[in-house]
Design a binder for this molecule. Structure first.
Ligand code: DP6
Length: 393
């Protein structure tokens, strides 16, 4: 038992961009070529949880991620630790033990690094009792992590300074601003390993002319339009820009040499489904967006959720053999589709193409968890193996 052990446990959310970050102008400081904007998702369904501890008895920094000890010398981890130490003016001799877990499986292919780094930086800031521009530190772990430092709708201002001090996240609207907004995460059954964001965007920066056009002539205006749409709760405008920006991001990937393909045939079918759905009565009722992988995130309003879930489950039904729940999160049952509506799509269902759907909403930023039962470290500052959150809630 380490007598002087001090430990803090916090949780942090996942965010999904509606204006994408893709391309760095500084690889070390992680400074982007364009600003971006995202929606923070509710932590009940998706979150990282991290316990950080310090004690004079620790002889070195150590980190465990989802039950496995990780290399503490990873440069990005070192950057985050160095910056937070600098901020706290912490003595060299004090070491940290860090234990982090996600409440969703890594295999889901959802960006876990954003929540992970946001959670690490937030937890250390609570442990060391420092309060400053923490998003600039989280950014140095993983770019998109800076946006997970706030709840609601968050923009990451690209900034202009070479030292990156103005490249920070700013909340555009709180998590209660647009209560009707829902998100459905369609986890696609994909086998092949894909190019990581970090590697992919580096290649894009060196080879794509479209990226230059996008960052100089498209994103600045889109950021203004998107912020306005969110503030006015204008869903049609929000959805239109979200889909345009996802499409342009994937066009930029195709413009990369060698080209990068993140969307697979199922992703393209999902785009087709949403396009037809939106064209029925001329009203945009749902928006799709895709990150560096085939999974889709659909944004829609409360009034449409049930119909959209029914549609998606009809055209991308679970495999007959699957026994695990198909819809996880806010909806526990799959609504049934109106036959007449289904016929109008002229699409064939593809069973087994989705692993599952996570139904969630907009959520809050990182928070400290004061219940000792949620602590991932034991009295010696070592992983408390009984706690292992790997199934999505
Ligand atoms: C496609 O933040 O994962 O999800 O800064 O290299 O760690 P690094 O990249 P990362 O990139 C995310 C890219 C994206 C778009 C977005 O979230 O804005």
């Amino acid at each position: 038992m380490a007598r002087d052990l001090r430990v803090v446990t916090c949780s942090a959310p996942v965010n999904i961009a509606v204006i994408k970050y893709w391309g760095k102008r500084d690889e070390v400081l992680i400074l982007p070529v364009n600003s971006s904007l995202s929606v923070t998702l509710n932590q009940t369904q998706l979150r990282a949880i991290t316990s950080v501890a310090t004690s004079k008895s620790f002889t070195r920094d150590r980190m465990w991620l989802n039950g496995q000890e990780e290399d503490i010398n990873h440069p990005r981890l070192q950057n985050a630790l160095r910056e937070i130490r600098k901020l706290a003016r912490q003595e060299e001799g004090d070491h940290f033990h860090i234990c982090s877990e996600n409440n969703f499986p890594t295999a889901a292919g959802l960006a876990s690094s954003a929540a992970g780094y946001a959670c690490l930086v937030y937890s250390l800031s609570r442990l060391l009792q420092v309060d400053s521009e923490l998003s600039a530190i989280a950014r140095q772990g993983s770019g998109s992590a800076c946006r997970s430092m706030y709840g609601g709708f968050v923009k990451w201002e690209k900034g202009d300074r070479p030292d990156g001090r103005d490249s920070i996240a700013v909340q555009v609207a709180t998590e209660t601003h647009w209560p009707e907004m829902h998100a459905l995460i369609l986890v696609v059954n994909a086998g092949k390993k894909i190019v990581s964001s970090t590697v992919g965007m580096e290649t894009t920066v060196h080879t794509s002319q479209l990226l230059k056009y996008r960052s100089e002539h498209v994103v600045p205006h889109r950021m203004v339009q998107m912020e306005k749409a969110i503030k006015e709760r204008n869903f049609e405008e929000f959805a239109k820009i979200t889909m345009q920006d996802s499409n342009q991001f994937h066009a930029v990937c195709l413009d990369t040499d060698p080209p990068i393909f993140y969307l697979n045939d199922i992703s393209k079918r999902i785009i087709q489904l949403i396009t037809i759905y939106n064209s029925f009565d001329g009203n945009i009722k749902a928006a799709y967006t895709f990150d560096a992988g085939p999974n889709a995130v659909l944004y829609t309003l409360s009034s449409q959720v049930s119909q959209l879930l029914a549609l998606v489950s009809h055209f991308f039904p679970p495999d007959h053999t699957s026994e695990s729940p198909f819809v996880i999160g806010l909806s526990q049952t799959t609504p049934v589709i109106d036959k007449k509506l289904a016929e109008q799509f002229q699409m064939e269902p593809i069973p087994g193409s989705l692993k599952y759907i996570i139904h969630t909403k907009v959520g809050g930023g990182p928070c400290q968890l004061n219940d000792p039962k949620q602590c991932l470290l034991n009295g010696d500052g070592l992983p408390n193996r009984e706690l292992h959150h790997t199934s999505p809630m």
